[in-house]
Write a protein that binds this ligand. Structure first.
Ligand code: TK8
Length: 349
């Protein structure tokens, strides 16, 4: 009996130990989840897609934005900047931002004109004549108006960066006149005015996402392309292109966009800080881009590119050639917007 009783006692003891352990586990677990509730939320991830590489001013400015947001709002946002179209080229990444599957994109405006036709005003050849004029557009009423047109499409503009004045390169011959363009296959952005303009100037344009351009030039499926000096240099186009003509035919914006719904869900104070950081990063971006443009023309000559500057008369031949593009596109974009744009440019000179 004693033996049995002893066993019984042992059993009871073991049982109560097991029970106590179980209870304390439940209590402990409960306590820890309470703690978790009180702990700060994990940082909101803000991925930014870039089509261009890590040395370009647009990417560098996104990194500045990252630093500012993360230092002014510690632990709240985790900004991650991606390069080389890893998250998609301009069109696809912007679509992802609209859908909310990606948070931000720094993209050219030109491939977005299917969505916001008014952005086409930037694509009218030779409409922007100086960086001063570009700043006046960006930082004035037109910049604001264009930004407001993006909001019904689900995107909010945080800042106007600069891609810059686009220049023609090719691997076949020096181009000094529209006649020299004959038969040259030139890659353009996915934009109807760019296609029309190059056709009007006498070339054979073909649209293509930026990420495919280098290989296409290397494999000679295209003869040339057009992009601003920092891109031509930093993307090493001089390895596959011999001739550079300083046409400056289009001034292209890079715009920093965020999913609007997400931005609207942030506390007002955070929104203010994020917008300020974007504005600051834009100042840095434009200054860096302009310095690189000046420096890299020199470098491109050093690495053996034939750099052709056009005389005013030579330039005029290209400008005359694109006049029909204005006739067709100004009414489509809106006469008033184009006139206001041109007046802003003229006043900024
Ligand atoms: C990079 C592009 C690029 C643009 C182009 O994503 O496609 O030629 O000039 O800068 O936005």
């Amino acid at each position: 009996m004693l033996e049995i009783g002893g066993r019984k006692m042992k059993k009871t003891l073991i049982l109560s130990v097991v029970l106590l352990t179980a209870i304390s586990l439940v209590v402990f677990a409960g306590g820890s989840s309470e703690k978790e509730k009180a702990a700060p939320k994990p940082a909101t991830v803000l991925k930014i897609s870039n089509g261009i590489n890590e040395s370009h001013p647009t990417y560098l400015a996104c990194k500045e934005f990252e630093k500012m947001v993360e230092s002014k709002l510690p632990g709240k946002y985790d900004v991650q900047v991606y390069a080389n179209a890893q998250l998609g080229d301009d069109v696809r990444a912007t679509e992802a931002v609209r859908m909310g599957t990606l948070e931000l994109v720094a993209t050219s405006a030109s491939p977005l004109t299917g969505l916001i036709p008014e952005l086409n005003v930037f694509d009218l050849p030779f409409i922007v004549t100086s960086v001063k004029a570009a700043d006046a557009i960006y930082d004035g009423p037109i910049g604001e108006k264009l930004a407001s047109l993006m909001e019904p499409k689900g995107i909010k503009l945080l800042a106007y960066y600069e891609n810059g004045f686009r220049q023609l390169t090719n691997s076949v011959r020096e181009v000094k006149s529209p006649a020299d363009l004959k038969g040259l296959k030139i890659r353009t952005m996915q934009n109807p005015i760019h296609l029309a303009a190059w056709r009007a100037m006498g070339a054979n344009p073909t649209p293509m996402p930026f990420s495919e351009v280098f290989t296409a030039m290397q494999q000679k499926t295209i003869d040339g392309q057009e992009n601003p000096i920092p891109t031509i240099y930093l993307s090493k186009y001089y390895e596959v292109q011999k001739y550079l003509t300083l046409t400056g035919h289009v001034y292209g914006p890079h715009i920093l966009l965020i999913n609007k719904k997400m931005f609207d869900s942030f506390p007002a104070e955070d929104q203010k800080i994020i917008l300020e950081a974007a504005k600051e990063s834009a100042k840095f971006q434009r200054a860096t881009n302009r310095k690189m443009e000046a420096d890299f023309i020199v470098e491109l000559k050093k690495v053996g590119m034939v750099v052709t500057e056009l005389t005013p008369e030579q330039l005029k031949a290209f400008q005359d050639a694109v006049k029909p593009v204005y006739d067709e596109w100004v009414p489509k974009i809106g006469k008033d917007l184009v006139a206001e744009f041109q007046a802003t440019v003229a006043a900024a000179k």
